[in-house]
Design a protein around this ligand. Structure first.
Ligand code: C2O
Ligand code: CU
Ligand code: CU
Length: 536
């Protein structure tokens, strides 16, 4: 009850800041009166219900959208799903989005992966109360790629996303279109989420209480595009599948069950320079992967499944290993929730309703049935994109060490916890400047080291290197081959005891932006910080 009051108070604060002097705020956030949008959309977040399982409908929170101006294809609705409409934009478009909050609590929307002005980035201090509207205006500067949107009110992001507030945002540009990649109905989205249902078919959030919060929420059912036991009838053609991990804390080790390599063409920030084939793709919360599934050589009547292969997600530190013996997590130990004694189920996670499926447990996600023969003319391009100078190493860039740590019951970022408007001296950067961050995963709770996906707003960065512990028991070994470090990223997975060096070119917009762990429960608990971009 206290917590609830506090959160409503927070929203009210956001509101009062926003309404005290709207014109001043408008100016401070760098908006101009002269904005002429090419595309104008209305987006609403509201309660609703969908038929997910047989029996009772599931109450959800859902985005719905409408095109007010511009191409009607800018919004694609997903029927019978909590998934918000897929927003399709083109690079260079000026976009206005009128967001209406029809929820019973404060909210604000963030366009994950896009480089937009402070006023359009969905910072929690801009959260609006029930019934209010927030107008976003931005120009699409990003490369073509798979981005997404979700709420970002402080302390409530995990719960709002869990209730269904998730949508894809796909950007196209000339370079992408010139490649003749699968398009139209052959360009598919694949949004991975996990949920726990109660006996009345309702989403149960954090049923495991504080331990769920500390470890991040893990569900017991996999939903793909909001559907349980997803089955796709496809033809003998090539498909572009845009994978998004929209789960609170689950990492996926994605592979085809018949040993077909994953053919990867894009990551968070758009197309790779050239396609790469990997046995599997490691996808952390909020990360995206574009893959091509070429079924042209397959026989009709056959099946291929997208699965998550087993891996080790966390580890027990040596000194406490004896005490916490049962909590190795991942595929090996499988005891979750503070050693509550729930064993992991063998096979896929869609079986028994006896608690969360551990991170790292094997899962079946999509069953692709090849049902029709259709001619395919698809040829995989050998080159996809050119990164140019932006990818080059900047030798003299300032280096900052950012520890991912756990102390006194808190997950910390650079030794600090979130504070709405607080910015430390080393969190101030010049617009458009390049920095190197060394993200070191040093902390663990109760002897348990976790992987953390670190996300930075308003930028796509480059992973320079990873340093992992020298011993063979490092959990990174079980996912290493699937990490996509050759593409632009806005989120990097930092495995237990690993240090990842990234090179970041910060946004050229000035203002207050966020970086945080994208395990949504960690973010809500304060494993998040601001950085301030000041004029160059
Ligand atoms: Cu996807 Cu700050 O978030
Ligand atoms: Cu983001
Ligand atoms: Cu975390």
């Amino acid at each position: 009850m206290k917590r609830r009051d506090m959160l409503f108070g927070l929203g009210a604060l956001g509101l009062s800041v926003a309404h005290r002097d709207p014109v001043a705020l408008f100016r401070r956030l760098g908006r101009s009166d002269a904005f002429e949008p090419d595309v104008e959309l209305a987006l609403e977040a509201a309660a609703g219900d969908v038929q997910i399982r047989s029996g009772a409908r599931t109450r959800v929170w859902k985005f719905s959208g409408r095109v007010l101006k511009g191409p009607t294809t800018s919004i694609q609705t997903h029927v019978d799903s909590f998934l918000g409409p897929t927003i399709r934009l083109r690079k260079g478009q000026k976009v206005r989005i009128r967001f209406r909050n029809a929820l019973p609590e404060p909210s604000i929307v963030h366009w994950h992966g896009l480089d937009v002005p402070e006023a359009a980035d969905g910072h929690p201090h801009l959260a609006i109360g029930p019934g209010a509207e927030y107008v976003y205006e931005f120009e699409v500067l990003n490369r073509a790629g798979t981005y997404w949107y979700h709420p970002h009110p402080h302390g409530r992001t995990g719960s709002q996303v869990y209730q269904g507030l998730v949508g894809m945002l796909i950007v196209s540009d000339e370079a992408d279109e010139a490649l003749a990649l699968p398009r139209g109905a052959d360009d598919m989205v694949c949004v991975l989420t996990d949920r726990t249902f109660d006996a009345q078919n309702q989403f149960a959030y954090l049923s495991g209480g504080m331990m769920d919060r500390m470890h991040g929420l893990l569900g017991d059912r996999m939903l793909v595009n909001g559907t349980e036991n997803a089955t796709w009838p496809l033809a003998t053609r090539a498909y572009r599948i845009r994978l998004l991990n929209a789960s609170s804390s689950r990492v996926y080790k994605l592979a085809w069950d018949d040993g077909t390599p994953m053919t990867l063409i894009g990551s968070d920030g758009g197309l790779l320079e050239r396609p790469i084939e990997q046995p599997f793709v490691t996808l952390a919360p909020s990360q995206r992967a574009d893959v091509i599934l070429d079924l042209s050589q397959r026989a009709t009547g056959t099946t291929v499944r997208l699965r998550s292969a087993p891996f080790t997600a966390s580890e027990v530190s040596i000194d406490e290993g004896g005490m916490m013996g049962g909590m190795t997590g991942g595929m090996t130990g499988g005891m979750m929730g503070g050693g509550s004694g729930r064993g992991m189920r063998g096979g896929m996670g869609n079986a028994a309703p006896d608690g969360p499926v551990p991170n790292g447990a094997p899962l079946t996600l999509v069953t692709v049935n090849i049902t029709r023969r259709e001619a395919s003319t698809f040829r995989m391009p050998t080159r996809l994109a050119s990164y140019g100078d932006a990818w080059a190493e900047v030798p003299n860039a300032p280096v900052r060490r950012v520890a991912l740590d756990f102390r006194a019951g808190q997950w910390l970022l650079g030794g600090k916890s979130y504070d709405m408007l607080d910015v430390a001296p080393d969190e101030i950067v010049r617009a458009g400047s390049t920095h190197i961050w060394e993200i070191a995963n040093v902390g663990g709770m109760m002897g348990r080291q976790m992987a953390h996906p670190l996300h930075i707003h308003g930028t796509q960065f480059r992973v320079l290197s990873r340093t992992r512990p020298a011993d063979a028991t490092s959990p990174e070994n079980s996912v290493r081959e699937g990490l996509i470090d050759s593409g632009w990223r806005d989120t990097v997975l930092v495995m237990p005891r690993d240090t990842v060096r990234i090179q970041i070119r910060f946004t050229s917009y000035t203002g207050l932006f966020l970086y945080h762990c994208h395990i949504l429960e960690h973010e809500d608990m304060g494993m998040m910080r601001n950085f301030r971009v000041v004029s160059a």
